[in-house]
Design a protein around this ligand. Structure first.
Ligand code: CAA
Length: 397
């Protein structure tokens, strides 16, 4: 039977031998290289540069980037499967991976010139350098179009002089290059925003304080200040004034990655709970024999598999959109909304099943619970996803 969407278009997902080999390779890597260090890096908050480099050597830092630009030349399904496997081991590593892959490389591949791709994708897709995406400001989070930072063209018309503060920049403390969104024409509102490619080693690029965070502590996050930063006009990404649409288009892809990340951490929490329910003894037997634990297991499993289907649905929608030139905004937002809420539910129940041990740093479920929380916030809160879905469904803006 072939299932179709509401337009009658068949829904298919082509899981190949190549995808299966990738999953196996990433799973082996995560078990050998990431799981043993995840707890220590969570504790120290140090950026895991060595394992990030190794992920780069495996081609994981630019999975959908064509091989000619240093990437793995695979598809969105490969990206999602990788995100799940890495997030199962450690959400911080998957956050670093997602920023490089979707927030940075996806936008450059879609909107960059050939020269920009040659210069700014290859070192990031190979993992030699780190990329970041900078939209949010201290007073501009969910309402992303209301930014205070400014880029003003100099008299010679050669450079934009950028001033302002960006906040919550994932990988900000270590990034070599950024895709930056800032206002070039404040009178035009969201149509006055432009995207720029930024070199972090240039004067006027100032890294601000590193955020002390509840979870994903090994993924470094900071403010970035621009103080008369001179950005050459050839570093405008896309057209002047198209920045907001570029930012939103990139977030559509990014939100599928965060949905996959949520699925990964939920899977890890579920597996740990199953194991604990089978082995932990109380009242004369394993706790899994009690209906209250069984109800949790049943509901967790159901949420988990529903989230997986939402993620796959978004992958299929993105594939369709690539063929038709349409958008997959609603499917990406639904996947992120559902999977992140499911991850929070599942990690919370995982702590509950583990009881006191779930609250202890001796068990990884404590970290899963803290790490899962961000998936309901970054790349658009659950409230923003609901706004996007409802507006699209109702035909509103
Ligand atoms: N694709 C293409 N174009 C899009 C689009 C999309 N997904 N969404 C909106 N647009 C276009 C609209 O069509 C409209 O175009 P026109 O002006 O030509 O008609 C334009 O963009 C403005 O759209 P809206 O009127 O809908 O914009 P809005 O100001 O009402 O905002 C919003 C909409 C959905 C709330 C948006 O501001 C948003 O997504 N906010 C959340 C931002 C966010 O996710 N931030 C996280 C940043 S990344 C991060 O978390 C840190 C990190 O490093 C990981």
């Amino acid at each position: 039977m072939v299932i179709a969407d509401q337009t009658g278009t068949p829904l298919t997902l082509n899981m190949t031998d190549e995808h299966e080999a990738l999953v196996q390779a990433v799973r082996n890597f995560a078990q050998k290289e990431i799981i043993p260090i995840a707890e220590a890096y969570d504790e120290s908050g140090e950026f895991p540069l060595d394992t990030v480099k190794k992920m780069g050597e495996m081609g994981l830092m630019g999975i959908e980037v064509p091989e000619e630009y240093g990437g793995a030349g695979m598809d969105t399904l490969a990206y999602v499967l990788t995100m799940v496997e890495i997030a199962k081991a450690d959400v911080s590593h998957s956050t670093i991976l997602s920023v490089n892959n979707s927030l940075y490389c996806h936008g450059l591949m879609k909107f960059g010139t050939e020269e920009q791709k040659q210069k700014y994708i290859t070192p990031i897709a190979t993992g030699e350098k780190i990329g970041a995406y900078s939209l949010t400001e201290p007073m501009s989070g969910s309402d992303a179009a209301t930014m205070a930072s400014r880029a003003v063209l100099n008299e010679a018309g050669t450079h934009y002089i950028i001033n302002g503060t960006k906040s919550w920049v994932t990988s900000g403390p270590v990034a070599d290059h950024l895709v930056l969104f800032t206002m070039t024409d404040p009178d035009k509102g969201n149509r006055g925003i432009t995207a720029f490619l930024i070199d972090a080693d240039q004067p006027g690029f100032v890294r601000g304080k590193k955020e002390p965070k509840l979870g994903i502590r090994a993924s470094a996050t900071s403010e970035i200040r621009f103080e008369d930063y001179a950005c050459p006009v050839e570093n405008v990404l896309g057209k002047v004034g198209d920045g907001f649409k570029i930012a939103m288009t990139v977030l559509d892809a990014g939100r599928i990655g965060i949905a996959a990340q949520a699925l990964g951490v939920a899977e890890a929490a579920y597996a740990a709970s199953l194991d604990y329910a089978r082995t932990r003894q109380a009242f004369g037997g394993p706790i899994g024999q009690f209906q209250m634990i069984q109800q949790k297991i049943a509901d967790m499993k159901t949420q988990l598999e529903a989230a997986r289907l939402m993620v796959y649905n978004a992958v299929m929608a993105k594939g369709r959109a690539a063929q038709t030139g349409g958008r997959y905004t609603t499917e990406a937002s639904m996947a992120k909304l559902f999977a992140s809420e499911a991850a929070m539910y599942i990690t919370d129940e995982a702590v509950q099943i583990h009881g006191g041990m779930g609250y202890s740093k001796e068990m990884p479920v404590e970290r899963y619970y803290r790490d899962a929380r961000i998936t309901r916030i970054y790349e658009g809160t659950s409230e923003v996803q609901r706004m996007v879905i409802a507006r699209n469904e109702l035909g509103l803006r």
